[in-house]
Design a protein around this ligand. Sequence first.
Ligand SMILES: Nc1ncnc2c1ncn2[C@@H]1O[C@H](COP(=O)(O)OP(=O)(O)OP(=O)(O)O)[C@@H](O)[C@H]1O
Ligand SMILES: [Mg+2]
Length: 286
Amino acid sequence: MPSSFRSPAEIAEGLEGIGYLADDALAMAVHLALGLDRPLLLEGANGVGKTEVASALAQLLGRDLVRLQCYEGLDATQALYDWHYARQLLDVRGGSSSSADVFTRDYLLPRPLLTALEAGDRAVLLIDEIDRADDEFEAFLLELLSDFAVTIPEIGRVAAPSPPLVVLTSNRTRDLHTALRRRCLYHWVAHPGAEREYRILRARAPHVAPELARQVADSVARIRAVVLGSPPGVGETIDWASALAMVGSATLSPQDAAATLSALIKDVDDQQRVAERMADLVPSAP
Ligand SMILES: Nc1ncnc2c1ncn2[C@@H]1O[C@H](COP(=O)(O)OP(=O)(O)OP(=O)(O)O)[C@@H](O)[C@H]1O
Ligand SMILES: [Mg+2]
């Protein structure tokens, strides 16, 4: 199923239609990943929309989202397949199969990677937070990322009938190997600027009045320019705007901002830093 989107602009427009506001560089990276059949590696801070873009793309392309959440200790069997032990046992005991016959595809329980490979271009495979997995797991992914195939010892090589769109994300908690990077297209997802974040707020929090949304987006841009341990992500901006709307702010005041800061800043030192500069970050209404 080749992508019916002929240009980055069409992709950006399609994503916007389902509430995801991509910048030009991200739309281009997606366009290239689809056209060149290459995995797309997205790195960026927390909450910049890395995970969400994969599900938005699945929706836009009309494909299934197959998600693999990575964590320390994740290994190939958990990610790829398992054997259907109960069925193997039953069939061997019942005499319908010999013990050699129960290591075939019929007895495999596909996990996300095998599910996505078998679905081919009917799937978007999200390998989320690859930096949380161990080195060995990264090495195991190399065959999949370059050939869209894996080797299962008892069965042999399983290749995708057509390449799935593969999106990998990383928060950069550790460096990924060059071998993995080289197999992917790379895009750094930055925090949105005030204008794009305003549009995100209009799409994702339509109950927040436009004027308040504008002031929230402007203030968040200023707050991100302060050196913080953990700058707020887009999800926090949406929460903050919703919190302000909930307490009845028609426009943003330093007082309401301070009262609702729990929705935006999730660290005590960062809250302190913002509170100290509140008058500059959230100007009082003229
Ligand atoms: N460009 C965007 N357009 C619309 N919504 C966005 C955009 N970017 C982020 N969001 C919203 O912000 C929230 C956080 O996004 P997401 O979970 O994808 O971030 P992330 O980069 O995966 O963060 P983490 O690294 O913490 O997993 C989601 O609710 C998402 O809908
Ligand atoms: Mg994420």
